[in-house]
Ligand binder design. Structure first.
Ligand code: F0G
Length: 439
């Protein structure tokens, strides 16, 4: 590397630390829970700060012009702040680099319909569905799979509502490591299932829901020495932090007031929160944006705990149609809660009807997303109505997955079969009339 940065070659130099009891483990550990039961975090001490803010910004900007190599990736571009891993370990496919769409009510294009619906003048959609396998999971997976390969893992595994498994399958194939995915039988969207089959992962159908699959994979991985790549693995979360860094970079380091995202297993809430806090600590931004974590009302243990002033936390039986976030016992509860507190954030909930009505708006704008992703914008809309978010504040909502992930839930009406030409012409005339010219 020519930029003077020290990259880590030996995974043992990383340290895992327990936020609850302070115990530590080597970065090479294949166990991600401390003896006290809390998932380990990656120690931030490893992310040594070797550059001034100006130098960091200049490095990130220069790497935008990379045409190949790790720094072409929207994850590894920020590796000083995500994971300063040396090139030889990196399994990457140019993930990240996702668009930030301006859709606020103050915009002039048709996309402003989304901002009008949400009630926000300056609204941005960070579309993580534009990752190589169509969801934000690729950002954590490039890091997790790089570590798995560096440690010589003989197999990798995860439990998943569908996106993590699609991502794991693709990156495992690239790394040349056999992959096992534990899926709740009958509860995974078609597009996601098709991906893990196509990429060659071995699927294990678990009778029950995601929470059952998660319990199974944790015990199987431990017994068989298989490297676990759920977001309980802190390296996954290190990669997911890059969503925060990239969106701040795209806003030219002007912090938005809010960052809203769908919340399920809570890894992403923890990771993005950590990135926002870190970016302010380092001086890349002047203040920490507030997190708004949005749960489906029928899979809302995090919201319930928040609404109860964090007095308790009880898993629920989840049953939302937004299958990606159909999770009742989130693994990253404690670290996500810490990030809501550190960012003066909020947690809210939205009904399935609100999620699907919002998805229809995002789809009709030509942008599209999977159901769980629409929860972020639905949550913003609710928080504006409740007076928590002011219409003049700047909001970034994360769209976590692509519209093609869940084709059964597409909101377009079916074309009429066997219509006469005269019917078609009438339908066309109606469509043209309905799209009134702009004033
Ligand atoms: N949105 C989508 C599209 C997801 O796939 C997930 C999680 C989330 C939001 C929630 O993120 O779990 O970090 O709070 N999907 C996981 C999976 C559980 O297995 O693909 P989280």
């Amino acid at each position: 590397m020519s930029d003077g940065m020290t990259y880590i070659h030996d995974i043992g130099q990383f340290t895992l630390v327990c936020a609850n009891c302070g115990a530590t483990a080597a970065g090479t550990s294949k166990r991600f829970r401390c003896a006290c039961g809390t998932p380990f975090d990656l120690s931030l001490d490893t992310l040594a700060q070797d550059a001034t803010v100006e130098a960091l910004r200049a490095r990130f900007a220069a790497r935008l012009s990379a045409l190949s190599g790790p720094e072409r990736s929207g994850v590894w571009r920020y590796r000083e702040l995500a994971l300063p891993l040396a090139d030889e370990h990196i399994v990457s496919r140019q993930e990240g680099n996702t668009p930030l769409y301006a859709v606020g009510a103050a915009e002039r294009e048709a996309w402003r319909s989304i901002g009008v619906y949400a009630g926000v003048e300056a609204l941005y959609l960070k579309h993580e569905g534009h990752n190589p396998t169509g969801s934000f999971k690729d950002r954590g997976m490039t890091v997790g799979m790089s570590i798995a390969k560096a440690l010589g893992a003989r197999a990798v595994a995860c439990a998943s509502t569908g996106n993590t498994s699609a991502s794991l399958a693709a990156y495992a194939a690239q790394a040349g490591i056999p992959a096992l995915v534990f899926l709740p039988a009958g509860k995974v969207a078609t597009g996601k299932l098709a991906q893990s089959v196509a990429y060659g992962a071995r699927q294990i159908a678990v009778a029950g829901d995601f929470d059952d699959a998660m319990r199974q994979v944790e015990s199987v991985a431990e017994r068989l020495g298989i490297y676990l790549l759920n977001s309980i693995n802190p390296y996954r979360l290190a990669g997911q932090r890059s969503i925060g860094y990239e969106l701040l970079h795209q806003l030219q380091w002007q912090a938005p007031d809010w960052v809203a995202l769908p919340a399920g297993n809570l890894g992403n809430t923890a990771a993005i929160g950590a990135a926002l806090v870190r970016a302010a600590e380092v001086g890349l931004i002047a203040r920490v944006p507030r997190l708004a974590a949005v749960q489906a009302a029928r899979a809302n243990p995090f919201y319930q705990s928040y609404a109860d002033q964090w007095r308790g936390f009880a898993p629920v039986h989840a049953s939302t149609r937004a299958s990606a976030i159909n999770i009742g016992a989130p693994v990253s509860y404690a670290r996500a809660r810490a990030m809501i507190e550190a960012t003066r954030g909020v947690v809210t909930e939205v009904t399935d009807d609100e999620i699907f009505a919002t998805k229809a708006r995002i789809d009709r704008a030509g942008i599209g997303c999977e159901p769980a992703s629409a929860a972020s914008v639905a949550g913003v809309r609710r928080l504006v109505r409740e007076g928590v978010i002011a219409p003049g504040e700047t909001v970034v909502a994360i769209l976590t997955g692509h519209v093609l992930k869940d084709p059964e839930q597409a909101t377009a009406s079916e074309p009429e079969a066997g219509a006469e030409v005269s019917d078609l012409l009438r339908a066309i005339a109606e469509t043209l009339q309905a799209s009134s010219p702009r004033a």
